[in-house]
Ligand binder design. Structure first.
Ligand SMILES: Nc1ncnc2c1ncn2[C@@H]1O[C@H](COP(=O)(O)OP(=O)(O)OP(=O)(O)O)[C@@H](O)[C@H]1O
Length: 229
């Protein structure tokens, strides 16, 4: 069971600063990060993923500081990126399967995980199709399936429902909730108030500053996920 922490996480681009963010998210937490376009949601997610250099502070998983994206990947931090980043020459099935195989999961288990992940997002019938043969929403769900099959300790999803109708949005939210129930920490950036409502708490960003729109509730056992201002 993993804990994701951000301590004084600060990012300074030339024309934008993400002011210090402090988070301590226990396994099983499903957090929404909201805010208008340009507020810093993607910057925060990629900083949590070890992919953006911090100007101050640090990110850790289970007490191990994430020095870079490779360290974060080794710690089980997986990302559904905005734009999906599917490999255009691979089928939907292969887009999900290949990362699992490259994580040294035995091929039979990797195949089982791939089929199960595609089923969880309602795409069991399109596995043989290339991304260009899929709708935008289907491509988005393949990107979600790719992360489900990876079974990460920390799942960071950047606008994973932006191209989805209401039914598919609910399916993806349910799949992310199931990831949290499995024991992952799930952080979802979203513009969608309905999607944000389905989470355990909402951290709102505005021009790089964060505040709790809805604080994380105490887990049933007490203690647990909390925010440290
Ligand atoms: N690599 C970068 N270098 C410099 N500035 C950047 C970089 N990436 C993002 N920014 C700037 O940081 C600010 C926040 O961008 P970010 O993508 O994090 O916002 P966002 O809330 O995710 O927006 P959206 O909802 O439109 O995706 C923007 O002003 C953007 O121009």
């Amino acid at each position: 069971m993993s804990v994701l922490r951000a301590d004084g996480l600060t990012v300074a681009y030339e024309h934008f600063t993400l002011s210090p963010v402090d988070l301590a998210l226990d396994a099983g937490t499903f957090l929404a990060v909201t805010g208008p376009s340009g507020a810093g949601k993607t910057t925060l997610l990629w900083a949590l993923a070890g992919a953006v250099p911090l100007s101050d502070g640090y990110v850790s998983v289970d007490g191990r500081t994430l020095a870079d994206r490779s360290a974060a990947a080794r710690a089980g931090v997986v990302v559904v990126p905005q734009g999906n980043a599917l490999v255009t020459s691979l089928t939907a099935h292969e887009n999900v399967l290949v990362p699992v195989l490259s994580a040294a999961v035995p091929p039979p288990e990797a195949a089982d995980r791939t089929i199960a992940a595609l089923e969880r997002v309602g795409l069991e019938d399109v596995g043989r199709q290339l991304p260009e043969e899929l709708s935008g929403g289907q491509q988005q769900r393949v990107a979600v399936a790719r992360v489900l099959a990876a079974r990460g300790a920390v799942v960071l999803a950047d606008e994973p429902t932006s191209d989805l109708d209401a039914g598919n949005r609910e399916q993806v939210i349910a799949a992310l909730r199931a990831e949290a129930d499995r024991g992952a920490v799930v952080v979802m950036a979203t513009h969608d108030p309905v999607a944000a409502e389905r989470t355990d708490g909402e951290l709102a960003l505005h021009e790089g500053r964060s505040r709790w729109e809805r604080a994380l509730g105490p887990p049933p056992s007490g203690g647990g996920a909390h925010w440290e201002p």
